[in-house]
Ligand binder design. Structure first.
Ligand SMILES: [Zn+2]
Length: 381
């Protein structure tokens, strides 16, 4: 009887949660219908007027260059963009990770702090998955201090805030506020984890409902990537564009769980990441080339709310961009790119130095065609 009532009440909570989400989604939907579409700049077309010689636009798989002819600037006739097939980008990316990230056993790199009501099963999950994930990073992770990990349940928010204080963490109270908001919104579904981007040393914290079932997922490997990013950027992940910070975290996490649970897991995780934007107000599957470009520029910021956490645009878009970088440049270049954030160099310049192409040109010729291809191929929910 006890079991049935627990199952029922968690089902009811779950339905209420989904209903709330649906209501939120519908209210956003009705809002978006009344809004005009983002105006797209006039699309490049062979022979049509353009404004800057040498500029490039990709429209429907063709790359147009603005050239001067007969004393006027016009788009040339365009060339078909060489897109490798989507599957080959994904599999080349995967193969490059597999080649360069050889798992090795590691000693303990963490100092764990558990709240009074911490659930034993989740403690075990944290420790075993962090050790598993860190095994993939032995060639680059050179942290020598133990990294602080906190785990508290919904009953222990005050404990968590005090535990941070002991280490002088979350001085501005930002993470505490974020977690309180998450508890309010998510209730029994609460499952927050983060490595806040902040100056100085960071921490990994979990704030999680004690009644939420423990399931296999990519969350801990994902957060572990942020720990490695913090180390390689010398605590400057706050300088990373959102698409890179979250997208590469998804890329490596999905790789690691697929190595653990089997190759089909990668496709499932990728589909989930690509569709995590769906509760928001924008349908990115309807974007044309120039809307995608504008969207990518908007993901160059690093938002205070945990990289656009609510709309989650950076997570799927960033995963696809990271796949392209991993497929074309491999593991070492991505590590160089991460490390470059520790320098006083504009990251767009670092991108060009490392990948040999202007960022905006890469967006238009590589990233956007792949985004459009993958969002057309991978189904929504
Ligand atoms: Zn993240």
């Amino acid at each position: 009887m006890g079991l049935i009532s627990v199952v029922l009440s968690s089902q009811v909570t779950y339905y209420l949660f989904m209903l709330k989400r649906l209501i939120a989604f519908l209210s956003i939907l009705s809002l978006s219908i009344s809004l005009p579409l983002i105006p797209a700049s006039a699309a490049a077309k062979a022979g049509a007027k353009c404004t800057k010689a040498g500029s490039i636009e990709v429209v429907q798989g063709k790359k147009y260059t603005c050239v001067k002819s007969r004393n006027r600037l016009a788009w040339n006739k365009g060339v078909k963009v060489e897109t490798t097939t989507s599957q080959s980008v994904q599999s080349a990316s995967y193969a490059n990770m597999k080649k360069s990230m050889l798992p090795k056993p590691v000693g303990n790199l963490f100092r764990y702090h558990y709240s009074p009501n911490a659930v034993v099963g989740f403690k075990e999950k944290i420790e075993s998955e962090l050790n598993y994930s860190m095994g993939y990073w032995t060639s680059v992770y050179d942290g020598t201090e133990l990294f602080n990990v906190f785990y508290a349940t919904e009953k222990d928010i005050d404990w968590l805030i005090n535990a941070w204080k002991t280490y002088d963490l979350d001085k501005n109270g930002f993470t505490a506020n974020e977690y309180k908001g998450r508890l309010e919104r998510e209730g029994a579904q609460l499952n927050a984890g983060s490595v806040p981007s902040q100056e100085g040393r960071s921490h990994l914290s979990f704030f999680r409902s004690s009644t939420r079932p423990i399931q296999p997922d990519a969350m801990i490997p994902h957060e572990n990537v942020h720990i490695v990013q913090q180390q390689l950027t010398k605590n400057r992940t706050s300088q990373m564009p959102c698409w890179l910070r979250e997208g590469s975290a998804n890329l490596f996490a999905n790789f690691q769980i697929s190595e653990k649970y089997g190759p089909s897991v990668y496709d499932d995780a990728k589909r989930a990441d690509m569709n995590s934007y769906q509760s928001g107000s924008v349908e990115i599957r309807k974007f044309n080339d120039s809307q995608w470009f504008t969207h990518l520029k908007s993901l160059e910021g690093n938002f205070s709310g945990g990289c656009d956490y609510k709309n989650r645009f950076a997570y799927g878009t960033g995963l696809l961009l990271s796949e392209v970088l991993m497929a074309d440049g491999g593991f070492e270049k991505m590590m160089d790119f991460w490390r470059a954030f520790s320098l006083e160099v504009d990251w767009r310049q670092s991108f060009k130095n490392i990948y040999g192409v202007e960022l905006d040109t890469w967006y238009k010729t590589k990233a956007v065609p792949y985004l459009m291809q993958e969002y057309a191929r991978v189904k929504r929910y």
